[in-house]
Design a protein around this ligand. Structure first.
Ligand SMILES: CC(C)(COP(=O)(O)OP(=O)(O)OC[C@H]1O[C@@H](n2cnc3c(N)ncnc32)[C@H](O)[C@@H]1OP(=O)(O)O)[C@@H](O)C(=O)NCCC(=O)NCCS
Length: 159
């Protein structure tokens, strides 16, 4: 999936991206707001997870700058066997955060879901994670009060 307005694209993550994803996910600024991670990853758990995953698609976020593409983050869609897939995202190149790349990538991910016939999606975001809440709200997600807790906001997208 490629954005026409911006120089961001999503491509399927492959086994060759595992080291990069592990490095990104092992930085405390990244996993700080993750529900199921509170320490750097080990290679065993990371590669084990990769081989076991199902009903899930992982994309690499690529950015084009000065004529060259580079990998700057990852976005994943879980529960693809349901009518409400769950989206997770990170921009692993830390100095690039806050420049619009996360928001653009999320919109491309929603385009991908629509192409495959999904009309709904959800995200569960820590209540302190303002940047993440902002990009999901801007992409059209709405807070789901019923599913939210004090610590975790559930946001739902419906086409
Ligand atoms: C969440 C994340 C993917 C967002 O990507 P990004 O490229 O930094 O996001 P963008 O630059 O597209 O947009 C961030 C928005 O949040 C806003 N924002 C950032 N920090 C904020 C804060 N502390 N309070 C309020 N708004 C904030 C920015 O102003 C921007 O909004 P705008 O477009 O209206 O100006 C990225 O910060 C990240 O990887 N964080 C760590 C991992 C993570 O938390 N992932 C999500 C788990 S659910």
């Amino acid at each position: 999936v490629k954005s026409t307005k911006h120089t961001v694209k999503l491509s399927p993550a492959t086994h060759n991206d595992l080291e990069l994803i592990m490095a990104w996910r092992s930085h405390p600024n990244i996993y700080h707001y993750f529900k199921q991670q509170n320490a750097p990853l080990t290679w065993e758990e990371h590669s084990g997870f990769w081989h076991r995953r199902k009903n899930r698609e992982d994309f690499i976020v690529e950015l084009r700058e000065n004529g060259a593409w580079r990998k700057v983050g990852t976005i994943n869609v879980n529960n693809l066997d349901s009518d409400m897939p769950e989206i997770g995202i990170l921009i692993g190149e830390l100095t690039l955060q806050g420049k619009g790349v996360g928001g653009q990538s999320l919109k491309l991910c929603l385009d991908w879901l629509k192409i495959f016939g999904y009309t709904k999606a959800k995200a569960v975001i820590h209540t302190d994670n303002k940047a993440s809440q902002q990009i999901f709200l801007q992409a059209g997600f709405k807070p789901d009060k019923k599913e939210s807790t004090k610590e975790w906001h559930c946001l739902i997208y419906e086409k």
